[in-house]
Design a protein. Structure first.
Length: 113
């Protein structure tokens, strides 16, 4: 299932132990941008980072295919499988979801299969 099928990955599973910083730095290095630290402190979702990235790219760079796929691959490189990368949407949280949300999501997935 993919974001288009109505399922979106709840969280990238980054733990707040520095792996989120590594993910953002990969995005910066790959796309040749630099996010202000005060801006980074407000990043909660993948969409927040996406909006900041697109704000720093030229129109031509924004339209380069497949920008979204390259972007999410960088964010989830160390924590997600290829299948999970396809389930990332703008509302996907950067940090790991609370355990209660994780358990609820696992139960929802089990019911669908």
């Amino acid at each position: 299932m993919t974001v288009l099928d109505g399922y979106m990955l709840r969280s990238l599973g980054l733990g707040g132990d520095g792996d989120e910083v590594d993910a953002i730095e990969r995005v910066e290095a790959t796309f040749g941008v630099a996010f202000a630290s005060e801006h980074c402190e407000r990043f909660i979702t993948v969409g927040d980072v996406w909006k900041a990235l697109r704000g720093q790219l030229s129109l031509g760079e924004q339209e380069a295919a497949p920008l979204w796929n390259r972007f999410v691959a960088l964010l989830g490189e160390e924590t997600l499988s290829e299948d999970e990368l396809r389930e990332i949407g703008p509302e996907t949280l950067l940090l790991a979801a609370p355990l209660t949300e994780t358990v609820k999501e696992a139960l929802r997935r089990m019911r669908r299969t």
